[in-house]
Design a protein around this ligand. Structure first.
Ligand code: CP3
Length: 340
């Protein structure tokens, strides 16, 4: 698998490429299957349909890896929180986590059992995926998941989480620790079900100042990485802490690949982290609106990363109104221009 070879710094015939949120609303084929399922969460829970949409980007675009179709928030959902996805509003937890009773009510044991649909999705997707394509599993980072659990949904200020961080840091640590334990089991079970690599998404890393980020954010990512690597040293682990270009000097751990978001200049990430880590990224996702912008973005990133270990990706998820034709064009350009 060219994607896995690249994760492990082995030579590859070209730079492998996939896109965050590649199985999603810009694909009419995805919209069709989602409509059959009813809504987004029902689609995640239907392992046959979830595995079908997992494979769509490989079939339609020719990406080098499929990513499990699910969501980072199915873990708190299956620990016992009430989650719904509102149109135009994103995820909503109707009874946010604010106190000890709320935390005690969450069950790691329950989540391990209730998440069986994810493992079934993986088994079926891996069975139907070409042997030379990788299947990526994933989880959210404890900090990012906790922001949704505590705030009750998306947030601009993270004021409730941060009030907890400065007024009752021990309690925030207890929440993060419990979520981390659930995620360690979850990721290992994904590997046992058949994923070839895992990515940990820390989308809201940039909400925290440096010292707080390493104490409440990256520290918990590394607990997951350490535990996964101790049991599965051959499985590549990708971390994606979004928006922390100012903190790169302090990044370290046993992960293999560092996901560079689009706001971090790839030259900077290269200077600080390469070749210690393989870099993944980081084209600005809205470049997909124009073929000329795609050409410029691809050329610049490929020339910066020439000779250094690299996996191509967007610097965050693809947006729902991107033309499929442009997404195809992007994948093809990376694969042909990087051919050795
Ligand atoms: O990347 C993939 O194709 C795999 C599937 C995947 C989804 N969510 C499907 C999804 C992955 C890896 C995620 C991760 C995820 N989920 C993150 C981290 C990555 C990131 O984007 O920063 C976060 C923060 C979430 C939480 C979440 N899920 C939000 C905030 C939303 C609503 C925003 C939106 O884009 O609508 C979701 C919904 C969601 N997750 C959709 C998809 C395809 C859209 C649901 C739909 O079909 O309407």
């Amino acid at each position: 698998m060219i994607f896995i070879d690249a994760c492990l710094k082995k030579p590859t015939p070209y730079t492998p490429v996939w896109m965050m949120r590649q199985a999603g609303r810009y694909l009419p084929e995805y919209m069709r299957v989602r409509a059959q399922a009813g809504d987004f969460l029902s689609l995640c829970k239907d392992y046959k349909k979830a595995s079908e949409v997992t494979l769509q980007p490989v079939e339609i675009l020719g990406v080098d890896a499929a990513i499990l179709f699910s969501d980072i928030l199915v873990v708190p959902l299956e620990m016992g929180m009430d989650l719904r996805f509102e149109k135009g509003e994103g995820p909503v937890f109707s009874d946010p986590l604010r106190d000890k009773a709320g935390l005690d009510a969450l069950s790691i044991e329950k989540s391990t059992k209730n998440l069986a649909y994810v493992y079934d999705t993986i088994k079926l997707a891996r069975e139907n995926l070409a042997k030379d394509k990788a299947l990526i599993g994933f989880c959210g980072a404890p900090w990012t998941i906790a922001t949704y659990m505590i705030e009750g949904g998306g947030s601009k200020t993270y004021a409730i989480c941060k009030k907890m961080l400065y007024q009752n840091p021990e309690f925030l640590h207890q929440i993060l620790e419990k979520v981390t334990q659930a995620l360690i089991f979850y990721v290992k079970e994904q590997i046992r079900a058949g994923v070839n690599a895992v990515q940990i998404f820390d989308s809201w890393a940039a909400a925290l100042e440096e010292q707080a980020y390493f104490e409440f954010g990256f520290n918990y990512i590394n607990k997951i990485v350490d535990s996964v690597k101790a049991e599965f040293p051959e499985i590549p682990v990708i971390v994606f802490p979004k928006g922390i270009s100012g903190y790169l000097d302090k990044i370290s751990g046993k992960f293999d690949v560092f996901g560079v978001d689009w706001s971090t200049p790839i030259e900077l990430a290269k200077a600080k982290l390469s070749p210690r880590y393989v870099l993944q990224g980081n084209m600005e996702p809205t470049r997909l609106y124009s073929k000329k912008a795609i050409d410029e973005g691809v050329d610049k990133i490929l020339s910066t990363m020439k000779g250094a270990p690299h996996i191509f990706n967007l610097g965050h998820g693809i947006l729902p109104d991107v033309p499929v034709e442009n997404a195809k064009y992007f994948i093809k350009q990376v694969q042909t221009k990087s051919a050795k």
